[in-house]
Design a protein around this ligand. Structure first.
Ligand SMILES: CC(C)(COP(=O)(O)OP(=O)(O)OC[C@H]1O[C@@H](n2cnc3c(N)ncnc32)[C@H](O)[C@@H]1OP(=O)(O)O)[C@@H](O)C(=O)NCCC(=O)NCCS
Length: 276
């Protein structure tokens, strides 16, 4: 059989040198290559010397633009919500004053009082959620206190909708675990299956930036996934019915609640299919 010319005895084969075939000698002198062949370490200075010899200054005008053209484009435009660098967190008693400020989003006669915030954030802080913003800081600057831009405050009830009773502030809440009026429970009922949202509010200067809807989505997901309630309920004026419907709430019609002068609609989001 005729061997191809390059495989005859005179031509050294790559395999015989026991080096990986792809080994690149192009930047090394024969002397350095021999050193490696002999299993010896190439001295650093030798290698540098050879590379320096081959050094060619890069003309930046010759560089291709691939890194620019293949860069991942932004998924979407930054929004006003992004600019807030928002984060959500369960509220505590230390946030009462922040909540009073955010509550100014409501007309005065619909606002939750400071005492009610204290009551609700004492009895069931786990049913609350706040969205905060923290400005970007320069290096070395002290961390400022985050600003509460929106809140959700809730209690539990055994009823299937928000009731005036569930919105009450029990006069003896500091000393009693459960409170009754005419034998009916008032305020927060620990074992109630309905989470009543008494306040969803966004600081006026941050409204219309998707803050309210984003906070509500986060809240609904938390309560649903924690499996701690059968449903969420809220009362809303008619102009906000589409807002709550877009979040999965169903309009159950006019509410019996007379809080703040009445005129509310019952909005309910059930976590389980009703069994008839
Ligand atoms: C209602 C409220 C919570 C909404 O929060 P927000 O951050 O301003 O609303 P978002 O930017 O998330 O808006 C989401 C959608 O709801 C709609 N929406 C928001 N506020 C609305 C209002 N007052 N009337 C009608 N639709 C409204 C928006 O048009 C928006 O729709 P889009 O996404 O198609 O543009 C907020 O405006 C607020 O605090 N209002 C005063 C207090 C209040 O009424 N709370 C509700 C109690 S039931």
């Amino acid at each position: 059989m005729n061997e191809p010319a390059e495989f005859n005895d005179a031509a050294p084969q790559v395999e015989e040198l026991s080096l990986p075939p792809e080994h690149d000698y192009s930047r090394l002198s024969e002397r350095a290559a021999f050193t490696i062949d002999a299993g010896m370490q190439l001295e650093e200075s030798e290698e540098d010397e050879e590379i320096d010899e081959d050094y060619v200054a890069v003309d930046n005008d010759d560089m291709n633009d691939l890194s620019y053209w293949f860069r991942r484009p932004p998924v979407r435009q930054r929004t006003k919500l992004d600019e807030l660098y928002p984060f959500v967190q369960v509220l505590t008693l230390s946030n009462v004053e922040d909540c009073v400020i955010v509550e100014s989003a409501f007309p005065e006669h619909e606002r939750c009082s400071e005492e009610k915030f204290k009551y609700r954030l004492t009895k069931c802080p786990e049913l609350s959620l706040g969205m905060f913003t923290l400005p970007l800081m320069k290096e070395g600057q002290p961390k400022p206190r985050p600003t509460l831009v929106a809140h959700v405050i809730a209690t539990r009830t055994s009823a299937s909708r928000v009731t005036d009773r569930s919105m009450q502030l029990p006069p003896n809440w500091q000393s009693e675990r459960l409170s009754f009026e005419k034998d009916q429970p008032i305020g927060h009922e620990e074992s109630g299956g309905t989470v009543c949202i008494h306040s969803l509010a966004v600081l006026p200067e941050h409204q219309g930036k998707q803050v309210g809807s984003t906070l509500m989505k986060s809240y609904i997901q938390r309560i649903r996934e924690a499996m701690i309630a059968d449903r969420l309920a809220i009362i809303a004026h008619d102009h906000l019915i589409p807002f709550y419907e877009s979040l999965g709430f169903e309009n159950k019609g006019p509410s019996a609640c007379q809080f703040g002068g009445g005129g509310w609609f019952d909005m309910v989001s059930s976590f389980f299919l009703a069994v008839h």
